[in-house]
Design a binder for this molecule. Structure first.
Ligand code: SF4
Length: 219
């Protein structure tokens, strides 16, 4: 879907909006804590139960994915995220080679198993290579799987990064891709631990952008 964007706002407008956004996000966090405080307090225990269970790595990964979906479900009514918004489908979308393989198996779409730019989990989490890569602001078009109507054509199998991505803002103002990313932090619940535990199960995989794993939707 073509995104309609108004002219980029000036710095003063952005600064005022930042204050409003932080206030709103704090209020939203309070509501989420009131509604689901017990769930979030128990997250470390739930995660520990997943990673220490007597099961295969594949099963544990699936359970981490289900936990991420649970978190998403708890916060979704409080986010600015709306069906067919798709702003976040125009920024870098990193996923693991396991997730890419699952998408390829479930959809029959050919996967590039040797993406030109990829990282190991070690480089991602300990050497900050991904941050450096993202700092170069790679010029990316829409995600390969973004449908014409603005929906996700692989919604059931979308990557963990897409499941955990959300905005606690009131509007999509800071999700706009024409604003300087340094000025546009989108408030969200920190879900970094989900990705760290996922990677910690087995460090033998690659991380790359979805457009590199899937340059096209060719079957
Ligand atoms: S996989 Fe789906 S939700 Fe994720 S960026 Fe692509 S189109 Fe958007």
């Amino acid at each position: 879907m073509t995104q309609i964007q108004t002219p980029a706002p000036c710095l003063d407008e952005i600064q005022v909006k930042q204050q409003e956004t932080m206030q709103h996000a704090n209020n939203v966090l309070h509501v989420i804590q009131m509604q689901h405080g017990q769930f979030f307090d128990q997250l470390p225990l739930k995660m520990n139960a997943i990673v220490t269970q007597n099961a295969s790595v594949r099963t544990k990964r699936n359970h981490i994915r289900i936990l991420a979906l649970d978190i998403n479900e708890k916060v979704s009514s409080q986010t600015a995220c709306r069906k067919q918004c798709s702003h976040c489908c125009h920024i870098p979308v990193l996923l693991s080679s396991h997730e890419a393989e699952t998408i390829s198996q479930k959809t029959g779409i050919q996967m590039n198993a040797t993406p030109e730019v990829s990282f190991t989990p070690e480089e991602h989490f300990r050497q900050n290579k991904v941050e450096k890569y993202l700092e170069t602001r790679p010029q990316v078009g829409p995600c390969t799987f973004l449908a014409k109507d603005g929906g996700c054509s692989i919604y059931e199998n979308r990557p963990l990064m897409c499941i955990t991505h959300h905005s606690l803002d009131k509007t999509d103002f800071f999700c706009r891709t024409d604003l300087d990313p340094d000025l546009t932090t989108v408030p969200s619940i920190n879900t970094h631990f989900i990705h760290e535990h996922y990677a910690g199960l087995d460090l033998n995989f690659k991380i790359a952008d979805i457009r590199q794993f899937f340059p096209s939707t060719q079957v």
